[in-house]
Design a protein around this ligand. Sequence first.
Ligand code: CUA
Length: 155
Amino acid sequence: MQIHRYERWWLTFGISMLAIFLALIGFAAFADNINPPTGMQQIDPTKVAQTPPFDKPALRKLPDGSYEAYYIAEVFTFEPGVLNVPLGGKVTFYVTSADVVHGFFIPGTDINMMAVPGWVNEETHTFTKAGEYLLICHEYCGIEHQNMFAKIEVK
Ligand code: CUA
């Protein structure tokens, strides 16, 4: 009788711990879903052109004197096609794709990322050298991939 009650206690304890454990795993999965570990922003890839600030992709000056530039990658262009950046400008580039995965690479800078549908990627570079920079797609995305580029003019 004594042993029987003891076993039942352990059984109850075991089931309770299992329930708590499963609840914790469930919560962790749920939390991961809301906050992806990369910290990237999500976006509806079918509504990129209507989603601010991607509805007006351009260079904007921020209150701290730095800049932000929002880009849409779409077969086989980048929008904006030309970006004018003041010399010395610190620019954070935000990019998403309206269709397939594209590359987003500006040789001679720190900017080298992917444009992924559904996600917004970001990287920052300070343009300390004047001149014309090329923004190129360096991820194969289709027949016109090699012609997918834009320009950044720094002066
Ligand atoms: Cu876009 Cu390659």
